[in-house]
Design a protein around this ligand. Sequence first.
Ligand SMILES: Nc1ncnc2c1ncn2[C@@H]1O[C@H](COP(=O)(O)OP(=O)(O)OP(=O)(O)O)[C@@H](O)[C@H]1O
Ligand SMILES: [Mg+2]
Length: 257
Amino acid sequence: MSENLIELRHVSKSYGKVRALNDVSIHVGPSEVVALLGDNGAGKSTMIKVMSGVHGVDSGEIIVHGKPVEEWTVAAARSAGIETVYQDRALCEQQTITRNIFMGRHLTGFMGLIDEQQEKAEAERLMRSIGFTSKVFSPDTPVGLLSGGERQGVAIARSLYFEARLLILDEPTTALSLTESEKVFNIVRLTKERNCSVLFISHNIYHAYDVSDRFVILDRGQVVMETVRSQLPSVDMLVQQMQDIARVGKETAAHGN
Ligand SMILES: Nc1ncnc2c1ncn2[C@@H]1O[C@H](COP(=O)(O)OP(=O)(O)OP(=O)(O)O)[C@@H](O)[C@H]1O
Ligand SMILES: [Mg+2]
């Protein structure tokens, strides 16, 4: 099926006098990895908060699985298979990997009791499927003992278990070392192989280039470029485009627009 998972059409969103999104249109299709790029304050986080149902829009349309939505909330986004992992990840450090994956959405068995064995087995299976190969970690390992990249992995595993069709990641690699970032991008690749699309924000164009099928660049609340990877034979071309956009932005600001 080639239907878009989500599409924003001519969406605008302001915070008081600050227009964070200005007539933005963007979509994410099935089984694709889309990188959302742009400078600080470009509107990236606002856009994904709109997609995840955290913020309403001032104008424009949100179309999900081909149908315009009336009321778009966090719960509605989740039930449509749109899962968001924020930078702070909302994991509980003292709790085990299993507890974190099933927190608030337990598997239940006989008489509605939490089925801990089943949860552990599922947690183990999920962790392996996203590349946790170390024997040192078990489903009983507290999340506080994991590295930054592994924690992202647990947060992503949680989303995948609940059958995400689109995983949204707000700067998943900020504050991570190169090796840890690579782990996260490997998980992004595996996520795509499971037929789940990924939309992620990154400040690191080099990372984004390696893993993405398409790039969308935001600048001061507007989409200023959208390119598929096949039109960008090298990362340098993407870097050049970003630099051109930043230069034009500075010139426009200097002229008081
Ligand atoms: N809750 C808020 N209240 C008021 N203004 C906000 C709020 N959130 C964001 N903004 C403003 O909206 C604009 C877009 O912000 P947003 O956080 O979406 O940008 P961003 O591209 O994610 O930036 P960064 O790369 O720094 O995370 C900025 O001018 C920001 O100051
Ligand atoms: Mg942001």
